[in-house]
Design a protein. Sequence first.
Length: 143
Amino acid sequence: MAETAKPASTVPMIPGLSATPAPAAAVIAETPVRAPRPAKAGWWWGVGRRKTAVARVRLRPAKNEADAQVTIQITNKKSKTVTEYFAEERDRADAMAPLKVTGTSGKIEVVVRVDGGGFMGQAGALTLGIARALKDYDPATEA
């Protein structure tokens, strides 16, 4: 009597599902990119929170190179740049990370209101707020 060959795996196969998984790049490529959200009064908004710090971020495309910076509003009339506000290089780098990763650091004007927490928490909140506003501005940056 001839023995029949048994399959190597005893897991039942689901119809329509291949045994080998699709590469991650193929799964990402199949995901459709949503349409960008419209600007509210010319600005895209994002809120970031870290511990007890809250950063309310608004951004828009810069009209020229001088406007393409991150400004932190202290009061309605007083504001500081990121290099003036954060003393630590680590906090400055964290705050600017989403702009550097997406390649928009010299092209976008960012205005931020920060409240609560310490400087490190505020830098983390600022990072998340900028990332969320960039996602609404250009959905292709989400991946």
